[in-house]
Design a binder for this molecule. Sequence first.
Ligand code: FRU
Length: 507
Amino acid sequence: MSEKLEKARLYEIEEAKNIPQEEKPAFHVSAPVGWINDPNGFSVFKGKVHLFYQYHPYSRDWGPMHWGHSVTEDMIRWEQLPAALAPDQEYDREGCFSGSAIEADGKQALIYTGVTTEKLPDGKEEVRQNQCLAWGDGKDYVKAEKNPVVTGDMLPEKCSRVDFRDPKVWEDNGTYHMLVGCRSEEIPGQVVLFSSKDLKEWKFETILAENSTGEIGVMWECPDFFPLGDKHVLICSPQHMRAKGYEFHNGHNSLYFTGDYDSEKHTFEKDAPVSLDYGLDFYAPQTTLLPDGRRVMIAWMKSWDSCVIKEKQRWQGMMTLPRELEYRDGKIWQKPVREIENYRKNRCCYENVKVGESLSLEGVRGRMIDLTVELQNADGIMDGSRNSGNPNQEALDVYNEFRIELARNEEYTTVFTYDRKRQILEIDRTWSGVQRDVVCTRKLQITDDRQNLKLRFILDRSSIELFINDGSKTATTVIPTPVEADEILFHSDGNAVIQVEKYDIVL
Ligand code: FRU
């Protein structure tokens, strides 16, 4: 083991002891100490689900990238393993950037971007990003003798050697494929495909997809590509993307294209991009296929432009709950992995509750909870006559605005406000305890054609993941609120009627 890796492994064991565990998420992967960003190598190896991540143990800010490592049997209880990679070779001395993992020949192969610098003829130094390989047993990894295995020189001439990163590898009929994020002089944002028989010798195949309209950001980070239903899905995270209506906020975005893939010719006919999440904290998602056939996605639960941590907190960065993906009615639906249901306790349920100015419900509170609120007559139709023998009566007192406050006490709150007529939901964490109230609000449009609005919130101390209408849209948001703030309040400006089902999550 290199000195650098040994140092990181000792440091994380010693320092993690000083971090109060009650403040950390209980069922989401988070940094043991220091900083984490993108999920890497999300995969199954010898019956367990492995998750690696971009990791800088020595400060709570981004720094020379290591790979951290956690493992799980059910995607809810995670076990911390020692750091897997450190930037300890000439070809990765500036960092071991994002990548993936795959089981091959009984071993676990990690494929990552090695970042280094090269001296140019004029004496200046320029970054080089190349794809590298390491082999391991699920805990300890040895970098391949011949690295990098894919270099920028294998790309078409106009493709960048500077922004060429985040390999996603999969196997199909005895051939390995690697998709890498890139950009070129002419096209800002593309993904390039390579193939191999042994993970060591690779061949450039094609530019699989690119930002042909020029509107989809700059560099396409962290690509993923997989079949779902009768379609293929390309996920990527374009940098510096301008918002369009209620889509593509957060600057650096995560989105998907569905389309048809011709695996012989390596062509992908893609439809328009769609946001993967509408909250404030979601980036660089990666998927894996479970042995039972589920396609599951996990993402970094943070965004590059927000800093939502407590003052003395010595760790920063968490992952979302893994989410089951389904392709239906022309789009992707996301649900929290069903294993979360094994940890639901203390069911508390209310039916047909009328919400006026302000309402709290006995037993409905908490910061580690699975809470579903179903709001009636949410479809923006004014007269409410669908259910009523007397439409005029109902028209008078139907609400226009409905609000839920979570993680609340006298000092703190995070507010979800639904505007019934415009069918817009607004998230506001201005009073959640953030030290800078920038990047605190987000609006999203509910587009489902249904009368009731179903909001499922999963809270794990410092995060709120919202699944709207059974996963038609999601909105993920981090809050730094002290865990004592655990009240939940409902408000409406007329008469809103709700169903509430709440469970504590107990591990
Ligand atoms: C995305 C990203 C990746 C890169 C990694 C570096 O968040 O910029 O493209 O590999 O982070 O930490």
